[in-house]
Design a protein around this ligand. Sequence first.
Ligand SMILES: Nc1ncnc2c1ncn2[C@@H]1O[C@H](COP(=O)(O)OP(=O)(O)OP(=O)(O)O)[C@@H](O)[C@H]1O
Ligand SMILES: [Mg+2]
Length: 290
Amino acid sequence: MTESTPDLPVSVSAASGAIADSDESNNTDGANESVITTRDLSVFYGSYQAVRNVDMDFGKNRITAMIGPSGCGKSTVLRCFNRMNDLIAGARVEGTITYHGQDVYADDVDTIEVRRRVGMVFQKPNPFPKSIYDNIAYGPRVNGWKVDSMDDVVEEALTRAALWDEVKDKLKESALALSGGQQQRLCIARCIAVQPDVILMDEPCASLDPIATSKIEDLMRELAGDYTIIIVTHNMQQAARVSDRTAFFTADVDDHGVRHGRLVEMDKTKTIFTNPSDPRTEGYISGRFG
Ligand SMILES: Nc1ncnc2c1ncn2[C@@H]1O[C@H](COP(=O)(O)OP(=O)(O)OP(=O)(O)O)[C@@H](O)[C@H]1O
Ligand SMILES: [Mg+2]
């Protein structure tokens, strides 16, 4: 379902088609093609620098978990990947973020298209106050896509989000009548319906019970075959269960007592959880601080 030509609709730059450096850093993902890359990424809210100098690579069809204490900038960094920070007054990004080698922050990038390719699922399920069917059909309709059968589009998205069997007999009922876990899978289906290739998830299970959480985790593993997934989570077991790679963030306090988020290390999830390079990672995952 994912399109084979992921170029953003920009005037093609020299960066087009570039593949991330495979340097020695653990941030990179070996031979695996990088879908999103950040270099020297800093994010400001007004004069406050929330995140400093982050270098990351997110490999194709990988699930990467971003973990770290509250306020260390996980959501801030995640929102950069599809320019959601543009919607926050005073937010400013320095450094580079590329999507398949193209600068996400280039002046001529179509942000609507970026957000279609790089979809987002939020902490609190946010279905539209419409029917289940119309939630899924919404994206293809506003994009003006001519589809042979909207019914098929809706069925496929709901099937891929492991929700079809539970809702197929009540497609015209309000999405708001679904349980929280079903609403979250609906939001994932709504995201899938516009054919993204990256799915960003900011604490997608924070409001769900363990059974609904487990369903979302199973779904993530299935979706990783077709999508690149980046998940922020406070649940360490969840990061260990679902992700291939884990990035640990923390906040440093500067000479003026101001906290700035930074990436401490990023590596294979097993390495982060069993043999991290930095003592701060070890301290956080073992619950000693953070
Ligand atoms: N819209 C905003 N305006 C100003 N400052 C903000 C804004 N959003 C976040 N910040 C600040 O940026 C820093 C990073 O916040 P962010 O929400 O990215 O952290 P987080 O790691 O996602 O935390 P949590 O785990 O609690 O969700 C914090 O100091 C926060 O107060
Ligand atoms: Mg957050």
